[in-house]
Write a protein that binds this ligand. Structure first.
Ligand SMILES: [Zn+2]
Length: 262
């Protein structure tokens, strides 16, 4: 196919996103386990500064899906992310499982999270659910609250216009996949950077060859460990060196997709 989907003659798209959970999920699940909490704090303390320096060095802008609780508790860190030109997206308040709470609570979660962002002058345009777990009401709320894109579904490796119950939602969907998420590999299965490279690299090669969308989801407290971040850097440099890869934030991909498809 000679006609690329992407702007400015780019052959494929590399989108890097981080879910900046910090210890929000652990505050909800295990508030008394203070050692577990400390694992989450590795993100603001060490991983975020390290990641932001790497992104500056490579001149890459990323999207940080961030629970409101992280914004409220690690405010300076979030302000640093914004000041260095990255996008912030919504990701619950305390990393809630939206499929397991009431409609009233779910609305409250969204509103509380948006309040937290407002305090740092951010109005997120995108939403990604904690655990990629949504209720049958979530998409209604996402539309009602004025988001322009969603990033939860796993049914494509190209962005698309999201339909829900047969209707066009007006939202762009930026699809995801557990395979392209650092957490299960490193934290659940305790794989080595080499093993994860062997999963991500062939997928990236194939996506590039086909001119499609590579959406990688990382967690600062996970990928921010030195050897893992070295592996991510190698992948980013591989993509940069090809010279015809569009590095775009989620918002930029959503904006372009809407323009292209509607
Ligand atoms: Zn998360």
């Amino acid at each position: 196919m000679s006609d690329s989907f992407w702007p400015d003659g780019y052959k494929s798209c590399f989108n890097l996103s981080f879910d900046y959970d910090s210890n929000s999920a652990l505050m909800r699940r295990a508030p008394l386990d203070i050692v577990a909490q400390s694992r989450g704090r590795f993100a603001p303390n060490t991983a975020i500064p390290r990641i932001l320096d790497l992104l500056d060095e490579l001149d890459i802008k990323a999207t940080f899906f961030t629970p409101g609780w992280t914004v409220d508790n690690f405010t300076e860190s979030c302000e640093d992310i914004v000041a260095r030109g990255h996008e912030m997206g919504a990701h619950g308040y305390l990393h809630e499982k939206l499929g397991e709470i009431s409609m009233e609570s779910e609305r409250g979660v969204f509103l509380k999270a948006l309040d937290s962002f407002e305090k740092i002058g951010v109005k997120p345009t995108g939403f990604r659910a904690p655990y990629w777990l949504i209720s049958d009401r979530t998409l209604d709320l996402v539309q009602e609250l004025g988001f322009t894109y969603d990033s939860n579904f796993m049914d494509d490796d190209m962005p698309y216009i999201l339909k829900w119950r047969g209707e066009d939602t007006g939202l762009v969907e930026l699809p995801v996949e557990w395979m392209m998420d650092d957490w299960p590999h490193f934290e659940t299965h305790r794989m080595t950077p080499k093993q994860v490279w062997d999963i991500w690299k062939p997928e990236w090669d194939g996506i590039y060859r086909l001119g499609r969308y590579f959406g990688l989801t990382c967690h600062p407290q996970c990928i921010g460990r030195v050897s893992r971040l070295d592996m991510l850097e190698k992948l980013l440099r591989d993509a940069k060196d090809r010279g015809d890869v569009w590095f775009a934030t989620c918002e930029e991909v959503a904006h372009w997709t809407r323009k292209k498809l509607s």
